[in-house]
Ligand binder design. Structure first.
Ligand code: SF4
Ligand code: SF4
Length: 71
């Protein structure tokens, strides 16, 4: 199950984007950040913990896709 960014909590700090080993994270011109669920591998094979989750300063901003109400 890939991770997802909760739009209402994200402060667009850009910290996560460069951390992703598979380049699953991107943002649009409005500064909204997204994780491509077909590209996110939960950092498996790269790191012991999800790097986006580790660096994100906002608790609860990055969650499993299954925990996001609006998909
Ligand atoms: S969990 Fe890892 S692979 Fe998935 S978006 Fe976050 S940094 Fe990228
Ligand atoms: S690290 Fe968290 S708050 Fe910062 S851009 Fe990424 S998801 Fe948003």
């Amino acid at each position: 199950m890939p991770y997802s960014i909760k739009k209402d909590l994200c402060i667009s700090c850009y910290a996560c984007e460069d951390q992703c080993p598979t380049k699953a994270i991107s943002h649009n011109e409005e500064g909204e950040f997204f994780i491509d669920p077909t590209v996110c591998v939960e950092c498996e094979g790269f790191y012991e913990e999800p790097q986006c989750l580790a660096i994100c300063p906002i608790d609860g901003c990055i969650v499993k896709l299954s925990e996001v109400e609006e998909v």
